[in-house]
Design a protein around this ligand. Structure first.
Ligand code: URA
Length: 234
């Protein structure tokens, strides 16, 4: 990579200050004075010094969205099943990444993947109440007062506290959009089970202000934009 880019990425210097530092002989690469910002360096093998202090490469966090397909699990290892990380390029060192929460093996849709533990904690922490929108296909026609039940909160099997108020939009008798503000274990499937129904297919559409990119086919992924990362940082 270019020397001036390396300096800007890893110090508080702007490109023009980096150029000035180079021109005035304050930057050395492997103990030789650098000549120009366009000099090429290899960050893995070269050492860059500014006034005799080594410029350490700053780790950059990585943020992705994936269109999770069916049949892969959200885990870093699993003896029995294919992992979402198996779908990612080997060069990404996916062993350093983790999924932000989990989707079931048979659930599809928006999955966030990162190496930034603080960021993912903010999204999954019950304190932050990030809205998640799911499309669910049901085995049975939806009962009459499902909207009100979901709005009031539903007591899930083996739990003491009802779910937080959620919103249900009926697309048809057996297809709904459900917006929830928490992320309990198998929450969507258990909410419909508590209403005597069964989810036969589940797809996550969005989390907070971030919606699954319609350009991504199942199994594809892309980096999040800065705006998308920011939208989920509160
Ligand atoms: N709720 C579920 O029941 N399953 C998922 O995968 C996500 C939310």
């Amino acid at each position: 990579m270019r020397l001036d880019k390396y300096i800007c990425d890893n110090t508080s210097l702007t490109r023009s200050l980096a150029t000035k530092a180079i021109k005035s002989g304050r930057i050395k690469v492997n103990h030789k004075k650098a000549k120009s910002g366009s000099d090429k360096i290899q960050p893995d093998c070269d050492s860059v010094f500014f006034d005799g202090q080594v410029i350490q490469p700053q780790p950059h966090n990585r943020y992705y969205m994936m269109h999770k397909p069916e049949g892969v699990v959200c885990a870093n290892s699993d003896g029995a099943h294919a992992l979402v990380f198996d779908l990612m390029s080997q060069e990404l060192n996916a062993d350093k990444l983790h999924t932000v929460g989990r989707l079931d093996k048979d659930t599809t849709g928006l999955l966030l993947i990162t190496d930034d533990g603080q960021w993912s904690h903010q999204i999954t922490s019950p304190k932050h109440h990030q809205q998640k929108v799911y499309r669910a296909w049901l085995a049975e026609p939806l009962i009459k007062h499902a909207e009100q039940q979901v709005e009031q909160g539903i007591l899930l099997k083996d739990e003491l506290k009802p779910t937080l108020p959620a919103q249900l939009e009926r697309i048809s008798d057996t297809q709904v959009l459900l917006t929830i503000n928490e992320g309990r274990y198998h929450q969507v499937k258990r909410m419909f089970a508590a209403m005597g129904n069964r989810v036969v297919k589940l797809h996550r559409h969005s989390i907070g202000g971030v919606t699954l990119d319609a350009q991504l086919a199942p199994g594809e992924y892309r980096m999040l934009s800065d705006d998308e990362v920011q939208a989920l940082s509160k």
